[in-house]
Design a protein around this ligand. Structure first.
Ligand SMILES: [Zn+2]
Length: 201
């Protein structure tokens, strides 16, 4: 027997979320069905509010309630130093290290197997930002894994013609791990030991 249509719809929507398969989508849908009206509507409202009130910063592409975001609007930070991160949660990790430059949020890494190409990321925005002047160094703070390495190479090539210095954070972050799980002191060390990336011939 098929589920009533509203449940099918909810399962379909949950199933669109990253890492959620059909079984998990079903579990989530039935969780919503069993929860109190207050809890269920709170979830619906939270989804609506995040879409209504959170925007993308037009400078760094981070999520923020204001545009430009508080980091980009802060005159006390070094705007010549741009740290490129994969996701907003990586930015939070670097903030905890006391970094006083600014950021650029890529929105992911190049991953052809999962169909994520450079045009799905904010790389063109980064190129334009650097071309606009005022940036002296671009630090690549991508994960030290296969996709991160590929993305770093891609970005190095992308910025080849600009006079900007391109560095990549050191391997203090163990290879294959995610910045998301690194602690602040490990990240601070990786930042201090960042190395120049030479453009390929
Ligand atoms: Zn910003």
């Amino acid at each position: 027997m098929a589920y009533p249509e509203p449940i099918q719809k909810l399962i379909l929507e949950f199933g669109k979320m990253p890492g959620v398969g059909v079984r998990t989508a079903e579990r989530l849908a039935f969780h919503v069905l069993r929860s109190s009206p207050e809890d269920a509507f709170a979830l619906a409202l939270a989804i609506r509010d995040v879409k209504k009130s959170v925007r993308t910063c037009s400078v760094c592409c981070n999520v923020a309630a204001a545009d430009p975001c508080p980091v980009c609007a802060d005159p006390g930070r070094d705007h010549a130093l741009v740290l490129v991160v994969e996701q907003p949660h990586d930015l939070e990790k670097f903030e905890a290290t006391g970094f006083r430059g600014v950021y650029h949020v890529l929105g992911g890494v190049v991953n052809p197997i999962e169909g994520i190409e450079p045009e799905h990321l904010t790389v063109e925005r980064l190129k334009k930002r650097v071309a606009g002047g005022g940036v002296k160094e671009v630090i690549l703070g991508v994960d030290p894994d296969f996709e991160g390495d590929g993305t770093a190479m891609f970005l190095r090539a992308l910025l080849r013609k600009s006079a900007v210095r391109v560095t990549r954070i050191a391997r203090g972050v163990p290879a294959g791990t995610s910045i998301e799980y690194a602690n602040a002191s490990v990240l601070a060390e990786a930042m201090a030991g960042r190395q120049e990336m030479e453009p390929e011939e």
